[in-house]
Design a protein around this ligand. Structure first.
Ligand code: 8YV
Length: 334
């Protein structure tokens, strides 16, 4: 009998077909949002799940579904999964690193540029028919990106890819802060200089957030941090909602103590803080940082590779390509 797996969100039909070659699949072609009780009901009796950031995978769910052996999350971030609870129960967790690095860095750069060069505001202006006089000299003038100081908070793969774009493509001085400092070789490759957080906040003309969400990064950028930034600076968040205190950010943008922001992620998605919605100087996108067609396919495909290896459903088994808690592979609780 094939192992049973649950696919919680709609994905490419050929990805589901590939899963069906190995598994008994329950999928969600209409992309219905399942509440925790519905997720529990559907996961019950399954061996694996292809999960997303919108699915909370916690101890209570695992205890209600003790046959689950693999949680294969579509995304590099996995703060929706209680990894410790999974590890304790011998459940393998996997994610999708690397395949989305360059695409997400592209998007971060695009959002930063849109905020700095006021693309959202000016696009609305044209669309609304407000452009009635040509040649207004300072119309929608914003700060330069090229040659400016790019600050990066969080210097993993995506942070380094943003840094390379800034240093190699835009002649920016790149400074970064991270829990741990990069090796000298990685710093040279990224063209980035390590600084403490206060210096990062004080000196960045454009600050991009690329750190994972955890209790310790909750509101890493709040009123106090925003107050340390230049009033001409921009802030871009392509990491996770909750890293920025959205109410404090809206207050800074409204007061003009920060020039502009680009946000792809929000506290309480898909809700967006109402104070942000009314502001002209913030570009808002619905968590699409990794959403290029090629990268979405690569993420889904890597998740299938992980599921097949994790549940030993492939012709030759093998190691899952991107385990988060690889230690469970060597325990006998599986
Ligand atoms: C995904 C992401 O959109 O990779 C991540 O961590 O946030 C995004 O790429 C999301 O995880 C989809 O489940």
């Amino acid at each position: 009998m094939k192992p049973a797996v649950l696919v919680t969100r709609a994905t490419f039909p050929d990805i589901v077909e590939r899963l069906r070659e190995h598994f008994d699949v329950e999928d969600n072609p209409h992309d219905t949002l399942w509440d925790p009780a519905e997720l529990r009901r559907r996961l019950h009796g399954k061996q694996g799940v292809m999960s997303h950031g919108s699915d909370r995978i916690d101890a209570a769910l695992l205890d209600a579904c003790p046959t689950v052996k693999a949680v294969c999350n579509v995304g590099v971030g996995y703060n929706n999964v209680d990894v410790e609870a999974c590890t304790q129960r011998g459940v393998l967790v996997t994610n999708t690193p690397d395949v989305l690095t360059e695409t997400t860095a592209d998007f971060g750069f695009a959002l930063m540029m849109a905020a700095a060069r006021r693309i959202g505001e000016s696009e609305r202006f044209v669309r609304q028919g407000d452009w009635t006089k040509t040649g207004i000299f300072d119309m929608f003038a914003g700060p330069d990106v090229h040659g400016a100081t790019l600050g990066i908070l969080g210097m993993g793969r995506i942070g380094r890819a943003v840094a390379r774009r800034g240093s190699l493509g835009f002649g920016m001085q790149v400074i970064y802060h991270n829990r741990s400092r990069l090796s000298p070789e990685a710093e040279t490759e990224s063209g980035a200089l390590y600084v403490d957080k206060a210096t990062l906040l004080r000196e960045a003309d454009h600050l991009v957030l690329v750190l994972p969400y955890s209790e310790s990064s909750h509101h890493a950028i709040g009123a106090g941090e925003l107050a340390q930034m230049k009033p001409t600076a921009t802030l871009t968040n392509i990491a996770r909602g909750g890293i920025v205190d959205d109410a404090a950010l809206a207050a800074a943008l409204r007061a003009g103590t920060l020039a502009a922001a680009g946000l792809d992620v929000f506290e309480g998605e898909p809700m967006v803080h109402p104070a942000l919605l009314g502001l002209p100087n913030v570009v808002l996108t619905p968590h699409i940082g990794s959403a290029s067609i090629q990268t979405r396919r690569a993420m889904a495909s890597l998740t299938v590779d992980n599921l097949i290896a994790a549940l030993g459903a492939g012709p030759c088994g093998g190691q899952p390509p991107s385990p988060v808690n690889a230690e469970v592979l060597s325990t006998d609780r599986r």
